[in-house]
Write a protein that binds this ligand. Sequence first.
Ligand SMILES: Cc1cc2nc3c(=O)[nH]c(=O)nc-3n(C[C@H](O)[C@H](O)[C@H](O)COP(=O)(O)OP(=O)(O)OC[C@H]3O[C@@H](n4cnc5c(N)ncnc54)[C@H](O)[C@@H]3O)c2cc1C
Length: 474
Amino acid sequence: MARLAAALPPGAVLTSPADRAAFETDWRRLHAHPALCVVQPGSTADVAAAVRICAEAAVGVVPQGGNTGLVAGAVPAEGAPQVVLTLRRMAAVRALDTVGDSVTVEAGATLQSVQELAAGAGRLFPLSLAAEGTAQIGGLVATNAGGLQVLAYGSMRALVLGLEVVLPDGSIWEGLRPLRKDNTGFDLKQLFIGAEGLLGIVTAACLRLFPAVTQRVTALAGVPTVESALRLFQAARDRAGTALTMCEFVSGEAMRLVARRVPGARPPFDAPAYVLLELSSPAADHPLRHAAETVLEEALAGGLALDAVVAQSERERLQLLRLREEISDAELADGGAVKHDIAVPIALIPETVAAVEALVRRRFPGYRLNVFGHLGDGNLHVNVRPPEGCSVAAIGPLYQDITCAVEDLAMARGGSFSAEHGIGQMRIASLGRYKSAVDLALMSALKRALDPHNILNPGKLLPAGQGRDARGGR
Ligand SMILES: Cc1cc2nc3c(=O)[nH]c(=O)nc-3n(C[C@H](O)[C@H](O)[C@H](O)COP(=O)(O)OP(=O)(O)OC[C@H]3O[C@@H](n4cnc5c(N)ncnc54)[C@H](O)[C@@H]3O)c2cc1C
């Protein structure tokens, strides 16, 4: 710690338990483990110096962005001495290019600040998720974050043009280029996207921008069944094509949770389930409103929808979005849940939801389901809430039983057990359960090649024994 304090600017090393506490506890408040200290570098050179010092002292480094990750990847794990390295002091804009449509920012910039920067320049940065005021570009890259507009723009992997990365030995990989095409060997930036900080610390990113949206139509439909939600999505996609930029599913339970827990948030009507749709376009003359209204009228006439409302102002639009975005916070305030982030082939969504409902009724009586997610991506958050008055932390081994049962359902349908949140500490057992021996061997080989002494984010992503220090250290 003395070496870190000497190498970094004054105030960059936090050692007192009170200063460290927020960095040691994950967003879901399920994981907390002490760090030796918290390091707050102000530049890429500082990050490199800190990593070099930690590597020499055989101390693990946990990169942390906004700490909004949902799998406890950004907080220390048990086992090894570790420091948390927060990127929050590195939020500068390095370049904004409206001809090449790119922006280069440091890793600690929040998603919202990048969205605002793009909007101020008449452009769009389309990544959007409920934690955008806090989540940082480095964390979003490291988790390959998805969110509300993946349907139209893809997840973070599709939005990154270049990266600057500090490697586990403290060297700096300079890949911060705005090029759209560069087939000169392996595309190394891909190694670090979705790698959850195990292979390098992202210090800056060059991101794609898009033409600004000039019109948006946002609507909420109440639907009788999950099957009708899926058919409404298909109808909207068929009519609007690429102008359908968001299609979210919200179960009736999720909506009632928000209405109960979030002051001022109420759905305009009651329904068994809801679909939140958004059509948007950079073209001012695109007949978006007509398309949205036609889809909804036909859905109402055909019984696919029971009720529907189209936002008439930006204020109304934000109110509708809020009903979806507040679900995670409302759930946390209501005692939390055994959370899942599954993906299945889109056509199987109704059958999957029915199977999950049957499973919970049969094996976990008294538990309550809270299902919502990115319908257009086949990605559902299937959250299982303990009976009234029982906290998630108190359910013991049942937690793992529930997780196995839900993930088995997704995997049996050719799905994924973690569609967008990653592995962190909380999905390591699942990774070991579902990935093939070849998958695990490849991932371990990559980790050992780049980080042979397991300095970066120890205890995350890889099952115990995989990618560990060959000398038996961590
Ligand atoms: C209310 C809410 C809604 C959410 N909605 C979505 C959603 O719709 N879609 C979605 O994909 N996610 C969602 N998330 C999850 C979370 O916001 C994302 O995973 C986000 O990308 C995390 O960013 P962060 O800066 O908070 O990263 P952190 O939580 O700080 O870190 C996440 C992981 O990245 C690593 N990391 C952080 N910074 C760096 C860096 N600079 N270099 C290398 N590794 C780093 C950490 O070690 C950790 O493993 C949601 C979370 C909340 C709380």
